[in-house]
Ligand binder design. Structure first.
Ligand code: GTP
Length: 347
């Protein structure tokens, strides 16, 4: 079975981090989430990928190439204009010859795709939608199902008391190729708002199956932060390059920590990082590769992407800092999300 990964959205709610980066390329535990996703799907036996790209496509195509380095094959379907979640699938039609799984590439999860596909096969559905249970469904598209799991209605963002269930669309779909014929080409089409309701209205079998395990839609900077705290707390399990040094401290290779500096767990520090005297890193800090944390700097509840500098005595609390950014000496940042346009692009 091939996987179609939707990675072309503008990520407007996660700006400025996604200003020049597709949201699925945002690092989770110091590696692009998309890389974790592809590696996880490969473990489940998926070897052929199509990535639907649009916003800064080269950030994805140049990173993954043909996928050989990851032991998979990757093709790209690039849209001339944004086509929406169903339009992007339609645009990849020429690569999709059989049953496939379509996944919102910005959703961090551990879904068992094989179990979902087995249930799809058993029910003979045209589409099987992975579902996730949430405590408060009022911010999501909620499904109403029959007893045998067939979806009969979608309700967009219902008031809590009027929600027909607490099950929402997880952004993971097993699809028969016939669905592609039902999506119009050449215009923007939303799978949630247009294609699925249309299939239900036509009487097609659209099945809903709960997926187990971790699930979090990256969506906003706040949710992006939550994903990291879940990773540090062990609620989200991912393969990390950094070695566990015991007591909730992970450190990458070549990192130098000056005497008197303090790592407060849980904390994740990448490779080749330099941490100066009396600096305090953590709790809840994720430091990217090649960062420099100056003398006496303090980084708490924050995520720094790679090549950042927090100069002497800088303090960052509840911040997210984009790649290559320098925070000046004695600068204090609280709840800031900051990014910088790479030098090569400013001319
Ligand atoms: P917001 O602008 O903040 O809503 O983010 P988004 O549009 O990037 O993400 P959204 O949650 O709406 O979309 C879910 C997934 O579908 C994400 O992985 C997006 O990258 C992807 N996606 C959304 N719209 C498009 C599109 O027009 N084309 C492609 N190829 N992918 C899309």
């Amino acid at each position: 079975m091939k996987a179609l990964l939707l990675a072309g959205g503008f990520g407007t709610r996660m700006r400025p981090l996604t200003e020049r980066l597709p949201k699925p390329m945002a690092p989770v535990g110091n590696r692009p989430w998309l890389e974790h996703l592809i590696a996880g799907l490969k473990e489940q036996g998926i070897r052929e990928f199509v990535i639907a790209v649009k916003h800064y496509p080269e950030r994805i195509t140049e990173y993954f190439g043909d996928g050989r380095k990851w032991g998979v094959s990757i093709r790209y379907a690039q849209e001339p204009v944004p086509l929406g979640t169903a339009g992007a699938i339609k645009n990849a039609e020429k690569w999709l010859d059989g049953r496939f799984v379509a996944i919102n590439a910005d959703v961090v999860h551990h879904a068992d795709i094989r179990a979902l596909a087995a249930e799809h096969e058993r029910t003979g559905a045209l589409v099987t939608i992975g579902l996730v249970e949430v405590a408060d469904p009022s911010q999501f598209g909620v499904v109403e199902q029959t007893e045998d799991g067939r979806i009969v209605r979608f309700v967009e963002k219902p008031p809590r008391e009027e929600a027909p269930s607490n099950r929402i669309n997880a952004g993971i779909y097993i699809m028969e190729p016939e669905v592609l014929k039902k999506i119009p080409s050449g215009r923007e089409v939303s799978i949630e708002r247009e294609t699925f309701p249309q299939l239900i209205a036509e009487g097609c079998r659209v099945q809903g199956v709960p997926i187990g395990g971790y699930w979090m839609d990256m969506g906003t900077s706040e949710r992006y932060r939550r994903i990291h705290w879940d990773l540090l707390d062990g609620k989200l399990e991912l393969e990390l390059r950094e070695k566990e040094r015991g007591g909730g401290i992970r450190i990458g290779e070549g990192t130098e920590i000056a005497q008197g500096a303090m790592l407060v767990p849980p904390v994740l520090v990448g490779s080749r990082v330099k941490i100066g005297e009396r600096a305090v890193v953590g709790p809840y800090a994720v430091i990217g590769d090649d960062c420099v944390i100056g003398r006496g700097a303090k980084i708490t509840h924050s995520i720094l992407w790679d090549r950042c500098t927090a100069a002497e005595a800088a303090q960052l609390n509840r911040c997210i800092v984009g790649s290559g950014l320098k925070i000046g000496s004695r600068h204090l940042l609280h709840e800031a999300v900051v990014n910088v346009i790479p030098e090569a692009e400013t001319i």
